[in-house]
Design a protein around this ligand. Structure first.
Ligand code: HEC
Ligand code: HEC
Ligand code: HEC
Length: 139
């Protein structure tokens, strides 16, 4: 009897965990989809404003695959070691921001638009604020 109860509880816990994991996976995508990604590995140090990448704005124009497979953007804020040499060479943002698919690199301030000293992060959004306290405390 006792052991049945214990394993029943264990099963319930496992199901709850699985549900939480699913919810949390969705939340991760939602953050990236709706939030802005601030990229500041080098900008502040170079005297430029941090870069703000509006993920949703791009997401409604292109499929995930275009950027995260074809262009090789890793799924991690700040995880790509982007610099201007690479961009001018047509990598990362420069695959599109070349005056052809989108406006070109001379528009510094359109990308370097963050508040100085904002760290690399997925910028706060309503979704992120609501979601974090509900999920398990790991990230
Ligand atoms: C299409 C978007 C975009 C435009 C336009 C752009 N940048 Fe950048 N830039 C980036 C990104 C992304 C990074 C990497 C940010 C980081 O990690 O701090 C970066 C990094 C830099 C850096 C630090 C790394 C390095 O290459 O030395 C400097 C300096 C810089 N940009 C200057 C400029 C200047 C000057 C202009 C205009 C002539 C410009 N950027 C236009 C996206 C852009
Ligand atoms: C136009 C290009 C583009 C498209 C399309 C795009 N992404 Fe992204 N994504 C990025 C860039 C750029 C970053 C930030 C990378 C960096 O900071 O170096 C990013 C970051 C992310 C992150 C990491 C955020 C974090 O928490 O660190 C996730 C997750 C993500 N994207 C998911 C998606 C999904 C899912 C789709 C499709 C529904 C998608 N992206 C479509 C460019 C794109
Ligand atoms: C797959 C193509 C693609 C890639 C990669 C891409 N962009 Fe864009 N981006 C666009 C297009 C298209 C527009 C819309 C241009 C227009 O309206 O003329 C745009 C617009 C923007 C805007 C203006 C958004 C607004 O509200 O008007 C910013 C800022 C921007 N991109 C930053 C970046 C940065 C930073 C990166 C690299 C981290 C990047 N983009 C990578 C295609 C791309």
């Amino acid at each position: 009897m006792k052991s049945t109860r214990v394993s029943g509880g264990g099963l319930l816990a496992a199901i709850l965990l699985a549900v939480f994991a699913l919810l949390f996976a969705d939340v991760q995508d939602a953050q990236a989809e709706y939030g802005d990604v601030v990229i500041n590995n080098y900008s502040d140090k170079a005297g430029m404003r941090p870069v703000v990448f509006p993920h949703w704005f791009h997401r409604i124009r292109f499929r995930c695959k275009v950027c995260h497979a074809d262009l090789g953007f890793k799924f991690k804020a700040g995880g790509n070691e982007i610099n201007m040499v690479k961009i001018i060479d047509g990598q990362f943002c420069g695959a599109c921001h070349n005056g052809d698919i989108a406006w070109s690199v001379e528009n510094c301030n359109l990308c370097h638009s963050g508040k100085p000293n904002t760290p690399t992060q997925v910028h706060e959004s309503t979704i992120q604020k609501l979601a974090i306290p509900a999920g398990p405390a790991k990230k």
